[in-house]
Design a protein. Structure first.
Ligand SMILES: Cc1cc2nc3c(=O)[nH]c(=O)nc-3n(C[C@H](O)[C@H](O)[C@H](O)COP(=O)(O)OP(=O)(O)OC[C@H]3O[C@@H](n4cnc5c(N)ncnc54)[C@H](O)[C@@H]3O)c2cc1C
Length: 390
């Protein structure tokens, strides 16, 4: 086991850290941010700066303008990017675009890559991924999907409603998951590619949520007789859930990477405060009750990084890492939440105000325990693997 950074990894870490510190941090108070995420104008401005620094969409193959990072290299770069809540937006390695780009690189035809991956990797458009529905539809259990795509000549006609669709507002591409009906037969879930805006796709509303880091917010989307040509099926009909796995295992790990950087930021803010603020004749950090909380942060940061790096290594071996990514998602999302919670506590009243980033980071990381599989669903899936088959 070699945990040392290669010269390339060291260079990537240094360049990303410098870019975040010198270029992105000064934008953190930019007014072009709302509870529904940074605006597209701000995103584009930051993307242009990242491109100039040679750091735009680093996860993509160089053919698409990226750096072709391995999963381990992503772990290093995305953690640094996550140190600012604007960092992943700037580098264009934020959800859902990053997961979508990864899936398109792995699954899409050359024609689809030229049409959608090229502008997406360049940051000319954003994308969204539409799977989740309100009860009784697809949620933790995607097989409950109610949105249908019915074959009609050269087209599929899609009807249904999705919600919590990140970035739908203002995206240029939507990847839609729908139950496919051909000649009255259920052919399983299929992914469809669709330019936005489109006749037949209505963004009903942008939902108020606990967090606010993703451009375009989280939307309720309605499909009203949306016609999608057969040529715009991603990959093959009926393989939607399989492609979702191609997307989800790495995507949930990259969330871990980015939020690890954010938790490190919260920890740094808390350590700084604890070293300056005095109570009962000494600095807070000299009180064991505070010092131990910060020591527990160090332990959680370290173990999170190890879980991420191990899973990245498994992915770099070409394996699907379903088990490892579930373990990492649960362990890291819960560890990072403990860190954020401790940081709020160490900051006292300041911790719940908007005067530091800690309160924002606490909210962002809370949501992470739900998306890309709630902790309970990952535990349930891990436990199923332990059950003795009758
Ligand atoms: C900020 C945010 C962004 C999102 N972005 C997108 C997006 O871009 N595209 C998209 O398609 N979806 C998106 N989602 C939806 C997300 O993937 C779902 O919220 C998630 O899959 C859970 O589904 P659900 O909300 O329907 O919860 P439900 O299925 O209703 O489950 C509710 C709770 O039940 C419990 N539970 C469920 N199953 C089990 C089980 N087997 N064992 C034990 N407990 C269980 C869990 O605690 C779970 O939290 C987003 C969600 C959030 C919060």
């Amino acid at each position: 086991m070699d945990f040392s950074l290669t010269p390339r990894e060291q260079d990537l870490q240094d360049r990303t850290r410098t870019f975040i510190r010198d270029v992105v941090l000064p934008y953190e108070k930019d007014k072009r941010q709302s509870p529904h995420g940074p605006s597209d104008a701000l995103r584009r401005e930051l993307n242009a700066l990242a491109q100039r620094a040679g750091l735009l969409a680093p996860q993509c193959d160089p053919h698409w303008g990226g750096l072709g990072l391995s999963h381990r290299e992503r772990a290093i770069v995305f953690e640094e990017a996550g140190y600012s809540l604007l960092g992943p937006i700037a580098l264009h390695c934020m959800a859902p675009d990053e997961g979508n780009m990864h899936m398109l690189e792995a699954v899409a035809s050359e024609a689809h890559k030229q049409r959608w991956l090229k502008p997406l990797a360049a940051g000319d458009i954003r994308s969204c991924f539409a799977m989740t529905e309100q009860a009784p539809g697809a949620g933790s259990d995607p097989s409950a999907m109610t949105t249908t795509a019915v074959a009609d000549g050269d087209h599929f006609v899609i009807n249904g409603e999705k919600w919590l669709i990140t970035g739908a507002n203002g995206a240029g591409l939507m990847i839609i998951m729908a139950r496919t009906m051909i000649d009255g037969q259920d052919r399983g879930a299929t992914m469809f590619m669709c330019d936005l805006p489109a006749k037949g796709i209505v963004v009903d509303r942008t939902i108020d949520t606990i967090e606010e880091s993703m451009t375009g917010g989280h939307c309720v989307v309605r499909f009203e007789n949306l016609r999608v040509h057969r040529d715009d099926v991603l990959g093959e009909v009926g393989r939607g859930f399989r492609y979702a796995q191609v997307r989800l295992a790495p995507a949930r790990l990259t969330h871990c990477m980015r939020w690890l950087g954010a938790a490190r930021r919260a920890h740094d803010i808390a350590v700084d405060y604890a070293n300056r603020r005095k109570a009962f004749g000494k600095t807070l950090i000299e009180h064991e009750g505070v010092g131990f909380q910060l020591a527990d942060n160090l332990i959680d940061l370290h173990l999170s990084r190890l879980a991420i790096w191990h899973c990245a290594w498994v992915l770099d071996q070409g394996r699907d890492a379903r088990t490892e990514s579930s373990i990492a998602k649960v362990a890291v999302s819960e560890a990072l939440f403990r860190i954020a919670d401790r940081c709020v506590q160490v900051l006292g009243g300041m911790g719940v105000t908007g005067d530091t980033l800690v309160e924002r980071i606490f909210r962002e990381i809370r949501a992470f325990r739900i998306y890309d599989g709630p902790s309970e669903v990952h535990r349930w899936s891990l436990a199923r693997g332990l059950a003795v088959k009758a």
